[in-house]
Design a protein around this ligand. Sequence first.
Ligand SMILES: Nc1ncnc2c1ncn2[C@@H]1O[C@H](COP(=O)(O)OP(=O)(O)OP(=O)(O)O)[C@@H](O)[C@H]1O
Length: 541
Amino acid sequence: MKLELQGITKVFGSLVANDHIDLVVEPGEIHALLGENGAGKSTLMNVLYGLYDPDDGQILVDGEPVRFKGPGDAVAAGIGMVHQHFMLVPVFTVAESVALGYEPAGPGGVLRLDEARRRVTEISDRFGFHVDPDAVVEDLPVGVQQRVEIIKALSRDAHVLILDEPTAVLTPQETDELIGIMGELKAAGTSIVFITHKLREVRAVADRITVIRRGKVVGEASPSSTETELASLMVGRSVSLTVDKPPADPGEAAFQVRDLSVVSGNGTVLVDDISFDVRAGEILCIAGVQGNGQTELAEVILGLEEADAGTMTLGEEDLLVRSVKKRLHSGLGFVPEDRSTDGVVPSFSIAENLVLDVYDTAPFARGVSMDPATVTANAEHRTEEFDVRLTSVQDPISTLSGGNAQKVVLAREMSRPLRLLVASQPTRGLDVGSIEFVHKRMVAERDNGTPVLIVSTELDEVMALADRVAVMYRGRIVGILDAVEEDGTPVSRDVLGLMMAGVPVDEAQRQASEHRSALARADLDGDGIPDVQQQSREEQE
Ligand SMILES: Nc1ncnc2c1ncn2[C@@H]1O[C@H](COP(=O)(O)OP(=O)(O)OP(=O)(O)O)[C@@H](O)[C@H]1O
């Protein structure tokens, strides 16, 4: 199926989110859509999926103009969309979730479960999804839930699949699997529109790349472009993809966690007797695959979750006895993993969201209410500094693009005097230019003497920011390593990867070094020269 968008324009008030966008998706191609935060990617996809009515322009399917009054029309035309926040019902089985799609067509609205189960098995087998039709959605890992969404779309005969930042919530392994699945779908003739901020993925899978900036198509890029070239095309300036940071000069152990445990209501140990320090003026990154206790650790630090054992002190202060509000007021900056549930109040304005923690303190409080002029002035200053793309700071934060909403949370939490900064997945959904800025700010916070704790599943982010790395696995800390060894070599990705799978430090180092030696000896092309040597000779030549 060939899909054409011609002159698509979508306006919100005075903001032109899509400005005469042309896009052609050929049958069986993976077409990546790149653009900075707020460029208009999601808006364009919402138009394509029938969620928004465009103000101008038209959509053509196989050369015929179509008009979508809602997602039902888009689905009927062969378009499927997998949203970043899945739309699945947690207590349903996979087959029930897929059957929901058939409901309007089913006789008397009855779910055609047998048919759905058969379709799930057929699609799953065909593309190697390994999805059990009778599994309950909430018991499945995120990556498998995403496959259920893909199966749902395919079961409704989608010929074009829209994937909006599909890898943002996936582990590295799940990302590799998804990339494999995308290749299978393409081979079967399905087209994919792929939105991501991760340039490595774009280069790995895209057949074509369209770049959007401020609502307009600014050009096509070749998948053979370097990440640096793609980055500068995206944000319109050159971007440094590595963090330039001087060595840390850490002080005393300002934040101390000892023997901390968290047990869930049903008795599962989520955080298992962990101890660590974060020193003043250092960045400690907690690395690990999602779901190994990092979320709960961060929540205990803020006070959203209760500790079942252990202590947590900031300076001389026992944090565990303080309320959430007291912790924030006493200088804890906290960037939550899920901004939509814990980071912002969607119906509040951008300006109000920027003072959520401090609205009742000077200079924002006036008697029992807020001083609107100060709140507005603060918002204007902060949004400019963090380059939040918006129309007015008085608009509800729900009108911002995902990345821009994240920047509001970061601006709020990093713009007051801090005694400890804790940030979970701080740059999830941010474009490369914004990541560069946020990383610099975090290093500046460190150099100001603040202890900084970053929880991240992104090894690139960990490698870029950490002074020390603690790896968590099944609620425990497997080991803590210096990010740069004494001889100046950075900590090995392979070692971290093995530790993330639960391998103890010494064993991980041994296995990684054995793997390196094996690689150094390998002569896969059989020309008698180890490939590594040959490659370095070629590079010298
Ligand atoms: N419902 C809405 N009401 C008002 N403005 C909106 C609405 N939806 C989007 N916008 C605005 O349209 C612009 C484009 O937003 P969009 O979500 O399409 O960006 P994006 O490219 O997907 O960004 P990101 O990478 O951050 O997800 C933004 O400036 C956003 O604030």
